[in-house]
Design a protein. Structure first.
Length: 326
């Protein structure tokens, strides 16, 4: 750990959003008819993001994840990912994507050294998938297969739990993940956007999802951690696979091991997804890059990282998740 990193928790993981835009419109993410995208000049250039990443490395950050919006809708995303991987001191780089545009560049990303890709997949039924995302399941399937064929070492699936929408997909998703040899995680809905789906009535607790899974197949607590996140894992011996549950709302210990902060596409450090505080890096990036000031702002954001999220306290999101970064 870097002694200048002022937290007792080791914060060494930076999630970088490279765009707030997306080619899908998931029910829990994008408000209907949303078009309030950031202007191009508000979005950090790749050069500016790499300067921020370099500062992070100097403060002991070793793990990075590229997110959006949908990161692969930004031009040259694969070159940016390769440049980030090549930065001295960067040890692990992952990508979070809806995978609709992954297939054509999966090999390039694998060759650049991409360590992991997290793919959003909330349903296996094409009609339900379309209803949730507005997108085409077949593109995602092509993306998953391409990631596996390219040999990206860790490929994970993320499914957001929605009552009345995809609880009947829990078991098919588990079978599919097992067939493909993938780790699957189920995620509780979090109030990080302003859509109708985020109503209490659609909330499906992780505990209930576990019961649904347990009604299909035996589950055994699995102490292994398959990533940097706060998921709880279970072995499914009959399927010879593991599934995780990310209970941001119902797991009261959720934040204890949080090791990450976020950088938004428009250059704000966000120490916690579920707290409003943000630290603007732009004064340290424009009109020119100022490494000393970058470092100062990063340190301030680490000092102010709150102990836990405010999702259980009538949290009202100030910006939607595409604008924060998943
Ligand atoms: N609640 C829970 N998860 C969400 N994601 C996006 N919005 C929400 C929400 N409101 C997830 C996506 C993706 C990851 C980046 O964040 O499904 O898997
Ligand atoms: Fe796009 Fe991801 Fe939001 Fe879905 S959850 S609309 S894929 S940014």
């Amino acid at each position: 750990m870097n002694p200048e990193n002022p937290l007792t928790r080791i914060v060494d993981y930076l999630r970088i959003s490279i765009t707030d835009r997306c080619n899908e419109r998931c029910l829990y993410c994008m408000p209907e008819g949303f078009s309030d995208w950031k202007l191009r000049e508000e979005i950090l250039t790749y050069e500016e993001i790499l300067a921020a990443a370099e500062t992070a490395v100097g403060l002991g950050f070793r793990k990075f994840r590229v997110t959006g919006g949908e990161p692969l809708v930004r031009k040259d995303a694969e070159h940016f990912v390769a440049d980030l991987i090549a930065l001295p001191g960067v040890e692990q780089v992952g990508l979070s994507t809806n995978a609709t545009r992954l297939a054509p560049i999966a090999r390039h990303l694998a060759e650049a050294g991409l360590r992991s890709v997290n793919i959003s997949l909330d349903a296996l039924d094409p009609a339900i998938y379309s209803r949730i995302t507005g997108g085409k399941l077949e593109q995602v399937m092509a993306g998953i297969d391409a990631a596996l064929e390219a040999g990206i070492p860790v490929v994970k699936l993320n499914a957001v739990l929605m009552r009345g929408v995809n609880e009947h997909q829990i078991w098919p998703l588990a079978q599919f993940a097992a067939e493909k040899g993938l780790i699957l995680r189920f995620i509780e809905l979090m109030p990080v956007s302003l859509t109708e789906m985020l109503d209490e009535s659609n909330f499906l607790p992780a505990g209930e999802a576990k019961q649904i899974m347990a009604s299909h197949t035996p589950m055994i607590v699995d102490d292994h951690h398959y990533g940097n996140g706060p998921a709880q894992y279970f072995r499914l011996p009959e399927l010879d696979s593991s599934v995780g549950f990310i209970g941001a709302m119902t797991n009261l210990h959720f934040c204890e091991a949080c090791n990450k902060i976020r950088l938004t596409a428009d250059g704000k450090i966000r120490p916690c997804l579920g707290n409003h505080g943000e630290f603007d890096l732009k004064p340290a990036l424009r009109p020119e890059i100022n490494p000393a000031l970058l470092r100062e702002i990063f340190l301030a954001s680490l000092r102010e990282k709150p102990p836990e999220h405010q999702f259980r306290n009538q949290y009202q999101p100030g910006r939607i998740m595409t604008a924060i970064g998943g």
